[in-house]
Design a protein around this ligand. Structure first.
Ligand SMILES: Cc1cc2nc3c(=O)[nH]c(=O)nc-3n(C[C@H](O)[C@H](O)[C@H](O)COP(=O)(O)OP(=O)(O)OC[C@H]3O[C@@H](n4cnc5c(N)ncnc54)[C@H](O)[C@@H]3O)c2cc1C
Length: 481
């Protein structure tokens, strides 16, 4: 790569915007970065993605994506958003070995309030390894016209001033160390570790307000070979106990390509899982139901246990700064990252890209107002996932973060009753799935038809045993209970 210093932007600084800026630069070649690049290709002559890692040509782990060793499901709200950005992507995932799993049909899930009934498809999820999911997206985006990816390039900061970002500072490991790259539009998609707040203060902008809620959750994951015939076992999940005097412990297991099951167990502060291979199954057995331990007792482990502690809910309020530089937008985990048990991060990254596309439609990238409008739109995209994750996590023992106002307790009471009603009332289950898969707004939970059913309550008791068929049990090598 030639590290090139172009004379500022293609427009006179702070002057009228050019009709079509020459170069958009995306920082980070993960999911949010690739999806942003797919949008920018319609607006710039050249879209350059700068990625610190070497990106593998197959679905292999890489250093910059350590979370890929852990259960990652793409919920239908995010899958539809990606499909609208990259038409045909769902078929490409399925052709590469991913599964499309109907919800709640292919779900064996013990929620905090009871087993969720399996019924006709309402929503769905894409189940495969995170490495495969990213690979397919990357292949599609890098095939788009005008997109290039420069690997082994680490970004250190921005150039420009508080009014306009004009490029980035970088180190190119393959081409002579430090340099700068001029850009008319820069999108930061460097994930949870993004240093955008520091870069912005370096340009003279005020500090960005950051909100965090940390339940101290630790993820521990292991890959297993599924018993022959059980490769398409439903997604299994056991949520933590609703009593909040105990740490929250749970698990998720989903099928991934190559006839494997990926199982993750997790625990909040005081109840964390360990890296010890021998402790993995006993941890799963102590959960509210031992179904996952029973399943893996008969499955062959393919890896050691991997831990991940990057689970704090953290949101940066870029949109609240009084001033915002033209030509700069932050997206994905760099804006808001969530406790992964809610499975929302990738979907929000996709919804961010859709929001960016909507803001940019008919606009000129170099228009100073466009970046600010986009940043505000991306903040709205994060709202629902943030409310669900941070609103819940703050109640775990030892959780650190801002306590919600007392009125929120009433809201929690309503939501718990709603979830309990959903274990028996299919209409409520459907609404819950719509909201949890980011396919419907949070406000849907409070619509009159739902509130009426919640007021009536579940009536019946939720089922005591997991909704697994005798055939599924037999194929997984388990005797019917
Ligand atoms: C344990 C765990 C499990 C999860 N499970 C789910 C799930 O089931 N469903 C779900 O939807 N989400 C899940 N998530 C969230 C999901 O992983 C993130 O939301 C998603 O990866 C965000 O994508 P991103 O592109 O913003 O960031 P990332 O995927 O982190 O990508 C950032 C990229 O930027 C690169 N980079 C970083 N710094 C620089 C730099 N200075 N210069 C150049 N390149 C740089 C990195 O190498 C990386 O490629 C989980 C997260 C964790 C931690």
């Amino acid at each position: 790569m030639s590290v090139e210093e172009r004379a500022e932007t293609s427009t006179p600084r702070h002057g009228p915007p050019a009709a079509r800026p020459r170069r958009a630069v995306v920082l980070g070649g993960g999911l949010a970065g690739m999806l942003a690049a797919s949008v920018l290709t319609g607006h710039a002559d050249e879209v350059v993605v700068l990625e610190r890692d070497r990106l593998p040509a197959t679905a292999l782990p890489r250093k910059g994506l350590p979370q890929a060793r852990h259960a990652h499901v793409l919920l239908s709200g995010g899958a539809r958003a990606m499909e609208s950005l990259l038409p045909g992507i769902t078929d490409a995932w399925l052709a590469a070995g991913a599964r499309r799993m109907a919800l709640p049909t292919a779900l064996v899930s013990l929620s905090a309030q009871g087993w969720i009934p399996r019924a006709a498809e309402r929503q769905f999820l894409i189940s495969c390894s995170r490495d495969l999911l990213d690979l397919v997206v990357r292949q599609r985006v890098t095939a788009l016209p005008r997109v290039t990816v420069r690997e082994g390039v680490e970004v250190h900061g921005l150039t420009g001033d508080a009014r306009r970002v004009t490029g980035v500072r970088l180190t190119d490991e393959g081409n002579g160390g430090p340099g700068t790259l001029a850009a008319d539009f820069v999108v930061d998609a460097t994930g949870r570790g993004s240093r955008a707040p520091r870069w912005l203060t370096g340009l003279g902008l005020p500090a960005v307000r950051e909100e965090t809620v940390d339940s101290g959750l630790v993820y521990a994951s292991r890959l297993f070979r599924a018993p022959p015939g059980a490769e398409d076992f439903p997604l299994v999940s056991v949520a933590p106990s609703p009593g909040r005097d105990l740490p929250g412990q749970g698990m998720t297991m989903h099928p991934v390509e190559g006839g494997r099951w990926l199982m993750t167990v997790s625990g909040t502060r005081g109840g964390e899982p360990s890296r010890d291979n021998d402790a993995f199954e006993p941890f799963a057995r102590r959960l509210r139901h031992p179904i996952a331990a029973d399943l893996i007792a008969r499955a062959e482990p393919l890896t050691d246990v991997h831990l991940n502690r990057s689970t704090v809910n953290r949101r940066r309020r870029f949109e609240r700064l009084d001033a915002w530089p033209a030509g700069f937008v932050v997206t994905g985990d760099a804006v808001a990252a969530y406790n992964p048990v809610y499975g929302h991060g990738m979907s929000v990254a996709a919804l961010d890209a859709v929001a960016l596309r909507e803001v940019l439609a008919g606009e000129v990238l170099a228009d100073p107002r466009v970046a600010r409008r986009a940043q505000r739109a991306l903040a709205r995209t994060a709202d629902a996932a943030w409310a669900m994750a941070a609103g819940e996590d703050i109640h775990y023992p030892g959780a650190v973060g801002e306590r919600p106002p007392a009125a929120t307790r009433l809201l929690r009471g309503y939501l718990q009753r709603l979830m309990r009603t959903g274990t028996v009332d299919h209409a409520v289950t459907r609404v819950l799935l719509d909201v949890m898969t980011l396919s419907a707004p949070l406000s849907r939970l409070f619509a009159p038809d739902v509130a009426l059913r919640v007021a009536r309550g579940p009536g019946l008791r939720p089922p005591h045993e997991p909704p697994v068929t005798a055939d599924e049990m037999a194929r997984a090598g388990l005797a019917a209970r």
